[in-house]
Write a protein that binds this ligand. Sequence first.
Ligand SMILES: [Zn+2]
Ligand SMILES: [Zn+2]
Ligand SMILES: [Zn+2]
Ligand SMILES: [Zn+2]
Length: 217
Amino acid sequence: MFQVLSLLKIPGTAQHYLECQSEECKRNCEFYCNTCHLQLCKQCRDEHLRAQENKNHDVVIYQERTRKPPLQKCEIHPTKDTDMLCEECQVSLCSKCATSQDHKGHSFTDLEKIHAENLALWQVEIDKICEYFMPTSQSLQNEVRDDAKEIKKIMNNMRESLIVDADSLRSFVDAVVTRNMKQIDQIENSLLKDIETQEDTFTNYITYLNDLVKEFN
Ligand SMILES: [Zn+2]
Ligand SMILES: [Zn+2]
Ligand SMILES: [Zn+2]
Ligand SMILES: [Zn+2]
């Protein structure tokens, strides 16, 4: 799949402004000569097809053009580009190779045709990606985002109830402490009262004893 994704970046698939490739023309290109691999405007297309030598050229609207395969130099004849495939040897050949003894009697296929067939196959893969993998991945991504939102919501609820719990615990502890403090105060008061009573008793007794000593004296 990754291999196919990189094909989405084939130059020429982007929709941008295209110029007519006739010399000095620069008008907007709408047509394409598959035979010459040339972008043409309407006027230049008419002119191109009027010329006697171009009579049989395959001119189509630009979007339906046959794409030119990337040029590759022949390894045996470096000045020439390869433009066909030997079916028997499965190697690409230039026009010089094709006439050599090595490939005598072999059958050749136009590389342009193979390239066009491959592009059609890739297009199927690209369509599959755009129509199935892309929307499926996007909807899965949306689901994941929804999951994240849901998790945040749950966690926020947990935080809120934790704060509520902490508040009620705090007021419970406060109430218990206040109640116990009051009890301690009460106990202290009653104990001190007892002590006061005993003190009075002893004071009285000592006074009595003193009086008694005075009397004896
Ligand atoms: Zn042409
Ligand atoms: Zn033109
Ligand atoms: Zn060659
Ligand atoms: Zn061959």
